[in-house]
Write a protein that binds this ligand. Structure first.
Ligand SMILES: C[S@@+](CC[C@H](N)C(=O)[O-])C[C@H]1O[C@@H](n2cnc3c(N)ncnc32)[C@H](O)[C@@H]1O
Length: 364
């Protein structure tokens, strides 16, 4: 896909409506830029898409089933200047149709999906609201399945699909994902554990985790090892072994190599501390507290630290990331600032406004 490289451009088109309206911001749409924005496989005539030539000018044209599209690119931050960021405002299914029209099958290394959880709640917060209410579990699972199937052609042959859910339906979704991606391609259930107010257990104990179900598209998909930091005292306490020291004072303990080989090799403490501890599938990451700087007031906003870890674990710089129900855009903020091109979307205009604001903060 050819995208503008060093300009900040917003192109607005409309959603599932007959009349499309879009506004050009920040950058004069000169002839050269129009050419740069033209997508491969895009059959739309350029005059239909780019009849608007001045920043701030509002234009309209007739188009159907096209998401409202923003393309952000960056001239301020050198590391982001060649990393595209698309924001689509439409239903996830229409976004996928649009991506298909652009020929982006197999393009995304990471598809992260944080759909409604079947919580039965109407989610409201200072800046936005959405409904997570369903007539039945069957209706919810059918909704998930309909989308899941449509996502898969966009996943790269070595990519990962992450479905963020919780106890309300995670077991049904695991079975569904196994059917669609293959039981053997299931890699992890990551438990995102968080703290927060607890009530005494009478009916059930406090539920303080979400599940991130991770499937790979194929056996070839590889993660990037991530390490948590730890300190010497913690490590020594955990190993429960005497600490020895070389003549120069460098500390070590014996490493084991199976039965009968309890003194097989030396583990130097400075080396293991410097490397850190390989992460496991329980991630203790605080929820965003009420006074946190990153809080934007959107319901179900996920912590940036969580999304940074997902992105770092499953992608390399330059790999495309897709989130079609992106809410406040946390996936995009994490991925874009880590030099991953992103395509974000939501059908809620409030969400799109928030994610655009957050993304623009990265480049202004
Ligand atoms: C759980 S929230 C995502 C929160 C997000 N991960 C964040 O950090 O802010 C789910 C989002 O899905 C959106 N959504 C629900 N149904 C949708 C649909 N059919 N198409 C597009 N977006 C949808 C909602 O508007 C909501 O913003």
């Amino acid at each position: 896909m050819e995208l503008p490289s060093a300009k900040c451009v917003d192109e607005y088109t409309a959603g599932d409506e007959e009349k499309t309206e879009y506004t050009v911001l920040n950058s004069p749409m000169n002839g050269q830029l129009q050419k740069q924005i033209k997508f491969r496989n895009d059959k739309t005539k350029s005059h239909q898409r780019y009849s608007c030539t001045k920043p701030g000018q509002k234009c309209s044209l007739i188009r159907q089933n096209v998401p409202r599209i923003r393309i952000l690119s960056n001239k301020k931050s050198p590391s982001l200047s060649h990393v595209p960021c698309l924001v689509l405002q439409d239903s996830a299914l229409n976004q996928l149709k649009w991506l298909g029209h652009k020929g982006l099958f197999g393009r995304f290394q990471l598809i992260y999906w944080d759909p409604p959880f079947f919580s039965g709640k109407e989610r409201t917060a200072v800046n936005g609201s959405f409904k997570d209410q369903w007539s039945s579990l069957q209706e919810y699972v059918a909704f998930v399945k309909e989308h899941f199937v449509q996502f898969l052609p966009f996943l790269s042959p070595t990519g990962f699909f992450v479905l963020h859910c919780d106890y309300h339906a995670s077991h049904y979704l695991k079975i569904l994902g196994d059917e669609l991606l293959g039981y053997d391609n299931f890699r992890n259930e990551v438990i995102w554990h968080y703290r927060g107010r607890r009530q005494k257990a009478i009916v059930r104990v406090n539920s303080k985790h979400d599940s991130l179900l991770i499937w790979a598209k194929s056996a070839e998909a590889r993660m990037n090892p991530i390490f948590d930091s730890w300190d010497r005292d913690y490590y020594v306490r955990m190993k429960k072994q005497p600490v020895h020291a070389d003549e120069d004072g460098r500390e070590w303990i014996w490493g084991h190599k199976g039965k009968g080989q309890s003194k097989a090799y030396r583990i130097y403490l400075d080396e293991v501390i410097a490397q850190g501890r390989a992460i496991d599938n329980v991630w203790d990451i605080p929820i965003i507290n009420t006074s946190a700087h990153e809080r934007v007031g959107y319901p179900t906003q996920k912590p940036l630290k969580l999304m940074e870890r997902v992105v770092l674990l499953l992608t390399q710089p330059g790999d495309w990331v897709l989130d079609t129900m992106a809410g406040s855009g946390t996936t995009g903020v994490a991925a874009w600032s880590l030099d991953r091109p992103v395509c974000l979307g939501d059908n809620n205009p409030e969400a799109v406004a928030i994610m655009l604001r957050r993304l623009k903060q990265l480049i202004t």
